[in-house]
Write a protein that binds this ligand. Sequence first.
Ligand code: HAM
Length: 426
Amino acid sequence: MIKAIRGTRDLLPPETATWNYVEAVAREVFRAYDFQEIRTPIFEATELFARGVGEETDIVSKEMYTWEDRGRAESDRGQSLTLRPENTAGVVRAYIEHKLWERPGVTKLFYIGPQFRRERPQKGRYRQFYQIGAEVIGPTSAGSESPARDAEVLEMLAALLDRLGINDWTLQLNSVGCANDRPKYIEALREALKPVVRQMCFDCQRRAETNPLRVLDCKVPEDQPIIEKLPRMSAYLDESCRQHFDEVKSILDACGVAYVLNERLVRGLDYYTRTAFEFTHGALGAQNAILGGGRYDGLSEAIGGPKAPGIGFAIGEDRLVMSIPETEASAVRKPDAYIAPMGAGMNKEAARLARDLRRNDLVIELGDETFRLKKSLETASKLGARFAIILGENEAKSGQFAVKDLGKGEQVTLPREELSDYLQPK
Ligand code: HAM
């Protein structure tokens, strides 16, 4: 038997209704904050992620689905391509390619779609997963660097989660500095790690060489006392980064958006500068980051574009769906009525009636003229229909229909014109 590939999965009803609900709420929230949708390709040049996300990151160094795409003609050379592991690099590439800075104001885009990473699959972690994300990007003159943008994005996220009924989230907030102050911090980290790194886990020993910031991310219990004593980024922030971060925090305070400062939050992608954040949710267990994001003031230049500071986030939609409480809004709408055609030739009449009722926004299931009445009513009940409409030759001729309330068991006779009103959900 051929099965779905490890780390991928089929999303089936009724769960897909929750996915649609979550996406519909996200779209409403994006509309209120004046974000527009972008859809970028699912694969891009490998180089985009190598330069954008960073060669040394776990994502680029071991998690990407990359292949050498064969050329089909002399003019069409082979090229290394990669299934997108995230969408920020693609959005910034599109921003550069289409000169979106020529449009007024800052560019505010959102996306919803699959991403691919070859991670070890477990609950809440998949190899094909879905993100709902947004990016605010533009020339400095349009205000893209302003701390007001950071705070607005964070406040929007708080509003979105609240609207979905997720209220026990924690916003973890940090500033990871910029190209001016971070090298000094990394140097300080390297120095501080030298005498202790041999006592640390193998990963930390490697990270101390390649990417010392990632040491702060280590979860190995024995390493924690050492990490707690390492220098802190906040002591190294330059004056402009410090002011920027203070302003983000003071706007959040003014809006009543709660946050926890977490100096060990460094994020796994290299493009971040200044504000970095994650929202965590207790119910998710080990994979508790429901979303992550931050500012990336140098990303555009890193992939060959003009200066275009930006900030954004991506929500793990798989994890978001796992966290939302069951509500009526996310439930599948059951059929309002099941039409039971009785006897030869009645499928035609049933199809016409169904067409009318469906145009009035009713959910209709159609039976088949070969079914006996008992089988039709049983099927209607199993499907969860509220009513069954019995349609035989007499009904078709007279235009009077027997409508059975499957919950109460009562039956009424109604003329065709009254059916639609009668069947509407109250
Ligand atoms: P990220 O932290 O790599 O950031 O991913 C964001 C979210 O995607 C995570 O918090 C998690 O909920 C979800 N996620 C990541 N990997 C998986 C997986 N294997 N299975 C299920 N869910 C997963 C980014 O991707 C950045 N592009 C976010 C961003 C946008 N930063 C600025 N703008």
